[in-house]
Design a protein around this ligand. Structure first.
Ligand SMILES: Cc1ncc(COP(=O)(O)O)c(C=O)c1O
Length: 442
């Protein structure tokens, strides 16, 4: 099933997990035997093909439906700031979205190395500190197209004299089915506030981001129709306004039984509805920008742990704890924090084992919450035979887990291995005790 990338996964004759790249293949057990665990394994070609699919789908439906605006994809840096990810996305035609001065600093580093085609656009979300604004101004003066997205009255005042294009973020008055269906949102201006402001110097982008893991197509279409009404009103005072950025939110089926809409159908509905609404309001079709971060990055990485020990779950005869050498709090932080989602976890070896065991997984920090029980259910994993190693792999870990990770109990952050063109290379070594101690002043 393509939504799960299952066409890329296979098992070796000895039951090891194998990931395919055309006619190359990577045996995950060979990789972890070489680089140790816990290890994150990144497949840039998965990121690239998902990103390319999004761009191609938008361009195709724009053509088929006679939509007059253009489509731009912006790589959302907060989703994964690792160099390999950012460069892979840019190589595939992504523009960039940053949400802090430090993320913009990475853009500055790339610019200094002459890495960009000067037509790349960088949009800047997030609270604008003075340091952030100065960096925006500096990069603009160096010829980069940097567009600050104004989120409140203070930023509006501070950026009144900004010479380049600006965007404005709206907190749309809509309710949809999604992970963050919060009643009160602290991002952006209320719709009426923007109508009241009217003229915003050099306004080119109307931006909103409703939520991550949006559950239905209606969850995209409803806010878009509302945003187009606002766009039509704002355009009367701001003729340079020509773009709607609808943020992130395309869902990833982290769980095996979860099913989302297809991306093709979604893009079709987005373009169809944008056209219909604009034509009804007799307003020029805006360019459309997506910042679909998780969808593009999450499935391009897996995280592999080794089982260190096993133990009976007290009071449950047929259930065992398998202790892994990583952590659900430190390394797969969304298990427990922001998204609290489930993962698709399987053994990375002994995949053809006949003797299976019901298990819960325990992480390596001291925390009672550092465990994975598949939402109170259990997982079937191979029984561990005397003298055998068992490795466990979590799929779809490429979004957010890196920057959300932490050193609880001073665990080291995992190594990052990149697989491309038939070769597996170490991109970042696992943190050493010295690395970790240094962060705490030792
Ligand atoms: C402004 C903005 N754009 C895009 C995204 C990416 O969202 P997702 O990963 O759900 O696509 C986020 C996530 O928080 C965001 O805040």
């Amino acid at each position: 099933m393509e939504e799960f990338n299952t066409q890329l996964f296979d098992l070796s004759p000895t039951g090891d997990l194998v990931v395919k790249e055309g006619y190359y293949q990577y045996n995950i057990i060979d990789i972890v035997k070489k680089f140790g665990t816990p290890t994150e394994v990144f497949f840039p070609y998965i990121l690239e093909s998902r990103l390319r699919d999004v761009i191609d789908l938008f361009n195709a439906f724009i053509k088929i439906l006679g939509y007059k605006g253009k489509f731009y994809y912006h790589y959302v840096m907060k989703v994964n700031q690792n160099r390999e990810y950012v460069l892979a996305a840019i190589a595939e035609g992504a523009h960039i979205e940053v949400s802090s001065a430090n993320e913009l600093f990475i853009v500055k580093k790339m610019l200094e190395k002459d890495k960009f085609n000067p037509r790349i656009r960088v949009t800047c979300n997030g609270p604008k500190t003075e340091q952030y604004i100065r960096l925006i101004e500096e990069l603009r003066s160096k010829g980069l197209i940097v567009v600050p997205v104004i989120e409140n009255q203070e930023e509006f005042e501070r950026l009144k004299k900004f010479k380049g294009d600006v965007g404005v973020r709206v907190d749309l008055d809509v309710k949809i089915k999604a992970h963050f269906d919060k009643k009160f949102n602290h991002f952006g201006f209320a719709e009426d506030e923007l109508r009241k402001i009217g003229k915003i110097r050099n306004l080119s982008i109307l931006h909103y981001h409703i939520s991550t893991q949006t559950e239905t197509i209606e969850g995209f279409v409803k806010p878009l129709r509302r945003a187009i009404k606002l766009y039509a009103d704002l355009k009367k005072h701001n003729p340079g306004l020509d773009t709607i950025n609808f943020g992130g939110g395309l869902g990833v089926p982290f769980e095996k039984n979860r099913k989302f809409y297809t991306t093709k159908n979604l893009v079709n509905q987005i373009i169809k509805n944008a056209k219909k609404e604009c034509d009804k309001l007799e307003v020029k079709h805006p360019n459309l920008v997506s910042e679909w971060g998780s969808y593009v990055t999450a499935p391009s990485q897996i995280t592999v742990f080794k089982v260190l020990a096993e133990k009976q779950v007290n009071g449950k005869n047929n259930l065992k704890w398998y202790f892994v050498d990583g952590s659900f709090i430190a390394h797969l932080t969304d298990t427990w924090s922001v998204l609290r989602h489930k993962w698709h976890l399987i053994p990375a070896n002994h995949l053809n084992a006949r003797k299976l065991q019901k298990v819960w997984l325990a992480g390596s920090t001291c925390d009672a919450d550092d465990r994975y029980t598949a939402g109170g259910s259990y997982m079937m994993m191979p029984k561990i035979e005397e003298g055998d190693d068992l490795y466990i792999v979590a799929f779809d870990t490429g979004a957010y887990q890196g920057s959300l990770s932490n050193n609880h109990c001073l665990l080291s952050n995992p190594a990052l291995v990149v697989c491309q063109n038939g070769e597996a290379r170490l991109a970042q070594r696992r943190e050493t005790p010295e690395d970790v101690a240094k962060q705490f002043g030792w």
